[in-house]
Ligand binder design. Structure first.
Ligand code: BYC
Length: 474
């Protein structure tokens, strides 16, 4: 099958003149479309969706809006413009020229990072594939599909790197990116969070708030890479990622707003009374938040990591916003890491800074997560209620790193396994919570109408009104 590259695959990598890449993509593209039809959003493939498509990287072209059927979305390949003077920004090779090709000695480690990043993109589409059937409005349905097609584009971005720079191994890895599946017993996705089901919209908003934000920080770290094509690819992906976190932040904000309206109306914050009115009580929101925040923290890797140290030393993966640090070598600094002391308490271990890079990135992420919490709490306080949402401690419910296997309460105090089990129903979504939230998931498809458990957004997409046919259902 011949592809008209400019027409079918908008790109700024001169695809039309690269025969090797063309051949690889001619093989991969039909497989991708088959995957999209089989594992992407169920149904809705014939509906016209008001989507943003990137057709170039400049201010005008990166956000072109129009009604498109999802399978006809133009999944393009874009890298931020090359800076011919760009130098390595950290690690042992600091100040030398960045790499335009993959150095032989870093080939397998770079491939592994690109595969791990690439694997999350189709995984999230698979996790969200049934949500279209229970969207609270056409506005939300459109946002879901926008997120889905862009995750598909981010997969293309990683597949471009694998095909373009890693030869046969890269092509094989690109195939496997379509072969693993979220939640599969035999062939699951690589990182655990991407195997968690997302079967309701509260989870979707938590995922886009917390897990997409991990994506932001991982992409920022890779945008510092000395492998220039990877850095430029991630820089451009970050422009699209912002919308995904917007969906999460405004989504949770709208849930909270609606709940507050109900609480004021009935003059009570009693969870049962709030549920009788069809809204989601704030303690349930907190339990979902605890679940998705703690799960997303694991995506940063181990807090003490020799892998992270060598990525940094070799210039492969940096710290987000590396330019803000004074010392780009981080050779003699240390990091004071709190770890369990094995006796029910906390000890402090002094780590070489390079080994703590996953933790440094995780802490920057936690600070970023606080922004939304502060905003939602302001709304709650303004409505006259004393409840405050909170991020749990980074020690809570961890499966990766020093705190894996050490039960703590949400404040991070080590407790016994029995005490954790006893507290579980207060801290994490219960079967009953999930069943209640699921019971609210009835589709609303009338233009401008919203489900009763969520407030309308403040404004529409791309200056369109909120009552707008964001999806023309087929
Ligand atoms: N689950 O030394 P460590 C996104 C393994 S999200 C399972 O810390 P490393 C998106 C690890 O493989 C962003 N296993 O490892 C969001 C290692 O195994 P080996 C995705 C885990 O490699 C929403 C061992 O534990 N981006 O974009 O330094 C929608 C020791 O750990 C996990 C990336 O992931 C885990 N959570 O750090 C759509 C960036 N964590 O080698 C998209 C690329 C660790 O001992 N990936 N392990 O067998 C990386 O930078 C790194 O692979 C990680 C792990 C930060 C993930």
């Amino acid at each position: 099958m011949a592809i008209d590259y400019q027409e079918r695959i908008p790109n700024n990598v001169d695809l039309g003149s690269n025969r090797t890449l063309q051949r690889a993509l001619e093989h991969w593209q039909p497989e991708f479309l088959k995957w999209w039809q089989g594992m992407g959003p169920t149904d809705f493939q014939a509906s016209d969706v008001y989507l943003r498509t990137a057709t170039s990287v400049d201010a005008k072209g990166w956000a072109t809006y129009g009604h498109v059927r999802m399978p006809e979305y133009r999944w393009g390949i874009f890298l931020a413009d090359q800076d011919p003077n760009r130098k390595i920004g950290f690690g042992d090779e600091y100040g030398k020229d960045v790499w335009q090709q993959v150095p032989g000695e870093y080939r397998s480690v770079l491939r592994r990072l690109i595969v791990t990043q690439g694997d999350t993109e189709p995984a999230s589409v698979e996790q969200q594939r049934l949500l279209g059937h229970s969207a609270p409005s056409l506005y939300d349905l459109r946002n879901l599909f926008q997120v889905n097609v862009e995750e598909g584009r981010h997969l293309w971005a990683m597949v471009y790197l694998l095909h373009g720079y890693f030869g046969r191994d890269g092509r094989e890895e690109a195939e496997q990116l379509l072969g693993r599946h979220s939640g599969s017993i035999d062939n699951p996705r690589i990182l655990s969070t991407f195997n968690e089901p997302i079967s309701d919209w509260l989870s979707f908003f938590m995922f886009t708030y917390f897990t997409d934000r991990d994506g932001k920080f991982q992409l920022k770290s890779l945008a510092e890479s000395s492998f220039d094509p990877l850095a430029r690819t991630c820089q451009f992906m970050l422009t699209e990622e912002a919308h995904h976190m917007f969906v999460g932040e405004t989504g949770i904000g709208r849930v909270v707003k609606r709940t507050l309206e109900v609480m004021r109306e009935i003059g009570s914050d009693d969870p049962d009374a709030v549920r009788k009115m069809g809204a989601i009580d704030l303690p349930t929101v907190q339990r979902y938040l605890n679940f998705w925040f703690s799960s997303s923290l694991d995506l940063f890797g181990a807090d003490s990591s020799s892998n992270a140290a060598s990525y940094f030393a070799n210039g492969i993966k940096g710290r987000p916003d590396e330019a803000q640090y004074e010392d780009h070598l981080a050779e003699s600094q240390t990091y004071e890491l709190e770890i369990p002391d094995g006796k029910g308490g906390v000890a402090v271990e002094s780590l070489p800074m390079r080994n703590a890079m996953n933790e440094v990135t995780r802490q920057a992420y936690v600070r970023d997560c606080e922004v939304g919490i502060t905003r939602w709490n302001r709304t709650i306080a303004k409505a006259g209620f004393s409840f405050a949402l909170q991020l749990p401690s980074t020690r809570f419910r961890r499966s990766i790193g020093s705190w894996a296997g050490t039960p703590t309460d949400p404040a991070g105090t080590p407790i016994s396994a029995e005490a954790f089990e006893a507290g579980r129903t207060q801290w994490l979504p219960t079967e009953a919570d999930r069943a209640y939230v699921q019971s609210l998931m009835q589709p609303v498809t009338e233009v401008g109408k919203m489900a009763g458990w969520i407030a309308p957004p403040d404004r529409g997409i791309n200056s369109q009104p909120v009552p707008y046919e964001y999806v023309r259902l087929a």
